[in-house]
Design a protein around this ligand. Structure first.
Ligand SMILES: *Cc1c(COP(=O)(O)O)cnc(C)c1O
Length: 428
């Protein structure tokens, strides 16, 4: 990473923006207003902003529907029958996969279940799942209910990784040790790629390798990782993964999810799955006959015909990602988050009011920083909002801030720092 001497000054922030090769991307998004002013939006970890092109992408499909109706499925280049193919190149780039290893479908929580059906096959001997403690609730409920579905007890089947006493994040060596210790009974390691609360990125390559050495599989929930950090799912030998598109991928509230299934499982017809007609061999789909024949790769996990309007909104954002490039985004992201970290440390200083619990190393985090507020807590956060900062609050006392490289500027970060300084003077 480029070594930068950050400075707490508006001129410095403006200089950084002037040098930023991605600065023009900001104007491609709508910013919400708080108290009549454009917000300092640091909440892309929860809901990414709307690209200005989204409306026209959706409108085009509405027009196709109006003008072609049912013929829209098969008519012309944009035929809905093949609509899923459009998002594949960008998705493959974003998660580091071959195109046949990814497909956009369903919602994240649904996909977690469908993938577990195929990749969590507990036996008398091998039935344990390793996950991180304090996982996102949907993931906890998913694992618990999957384990019960197989007639097992979550208390014995699910092993939660807990940070060492006095630490907030997990050490890779500890994760690998627990995997190795459970090698006789381990079926699956299923955890976040980037932990939503702490902002920690796990070493997915090392974890996948350790899981395989232990005779188990490895899957990741990439809700907070996709579109945020560099991923190489294929090379890392991850078995399966899923993500949502409404956080860093700016595709709209609740919009479509995506899955990754490693090539090694692409033709394994023995894998059980809950099938639907859209996963069936596309050339024979309309024969409407008995006998499910899964399509090659991730496509074989599809169930239902593609949600065209959802995919249109998704595509508007994916096209922006293709234009910006993940490498450039990640480069800016490290600088932007580094600047935020520098300013917070400078302002909080010796007082120790704010503790950043997200790892310091750029390869162990994405754009988000999680701040533990030791004094003032919710008052500080509410004061942020009054001054136009949109972040998010997680009980008991964590503020998550995610300056995203596509649409946030160094000036945003500087302005936030000014507000932080005032809020701390008032409440901490
Ligand atoms: C955001 C998020 C979800 C949300 O799941 P949906 O099915 O999209 O509602 C699930 N898991 C993790 C880790 C998340 O960050």
């Amino acid at each position: 990473m480029e070594k930068i001497s950050y400075q707490y000054s508006e001129d410095f922030a403006r200089e950084m923006d002037a040098k930023d090769p991605l600065r023009s991307f900001r104007s491609k998004f709508y910013f919400p207003k708080v108290e009549g002013n454009e917000a300092i939006y640091f909440c892309g970890n929860s809901l990414g902003l709307q690209p200005k092109t989204t409306q026209s992408y959706i409108q085009r499909e509405l027009d196709n529907w109006a003008n072609l109706a049912v013929d829209g499925h098969f008519y012309g280049e944009d035929a809905w029958y093949h609509v899923r193919k459009k998002s594949k190149p960008a998705l493959a780039t974003i998660v580091g996969a071959h195109e046949h290893e990814v497909v956009a479908m369903n919602n994240l929580s649904s996909n977690l279940h469908f993938l577990m059906v195929s990749f969590y096959r507990p036996t008398q001997e091998r039935y344990k799942i390793i996950t991180e403690a304090g996982a996102f609730p949907s993931d906890m409920y998913m694992l618990e209910s999957q384990v019960k579905f197989h007639g097992l007890d979550p208390d014995t089947a699910i092993i939660e990784l807990v940070p060492r006493t006095g630490e907030y994040t997990l050490r890779t060596e500890d994760i690998l040790r627990v995997i190795a210790e459970n090698k006789d009974h381990l079926a699956l390691v299923m955890m976040a790629g980037l932990q939503y609360y702490t902002g920690q990125v796990f070493d997915m390559e090392a974890i996948s390798q350790a899981a395989h050495q232990a005779g188990a599989l490895a899957g990741f929930d990439l809700a907070h990782a996709a579109g945020n950090v560099s991923l190489k799912l294929h090379d890392w030998d991850v078995d399966f993964a899923t993500w949502c598109s409404y956080k860093y991928m700016n595709s709209g509230p609740g919009n479509i999810s995506g899955i990754f299934v490693h090539e090694r499982h692409a033709e394994n017809h023995e894998l059980p799955r809950f099938a639907g007609w859209w996963g069936h061999d596309e050339g024979e789909r309309f024969r409407m006959e008995k006998g499910f024949k899964p399509m090659y790769g991730a496509d074989g996990w599809q169930l239902a015909n593609s949600n065209v309007l959802a995919l249109a909104a998704h595509q508007a954002s994916l096209d922006i990602f293709e234009e910006a490039g993940m490498e450039a985004l990640r480069k800016k992201s490290e600088l932007l988050t580094g600047f935020l970290e520098f300013l917070i440390e400078k302002i909080s200083g010796e007082s120790g009011v704010i503790e950043i619990i997200t790892p310091k190393k750029p390869n162990e985090r994405g754009c988000q920083l999680s701040l533990l507020i030791h004094k003032g807590g919710k008052d500080v956060f509410d004061e942020f909002y009054k001054h136009g900062v949109v972040g998010d609050w997680r009980n008991p006392n964590v503020i998550r801030l995610a300056p995203t490289p596509l649409y946030n500027s160094f000036l945003d970060v500087y302005r936030f720092a000014k507000i932080l300084e005032q809020s701390l003077q008032k409440f901490a």
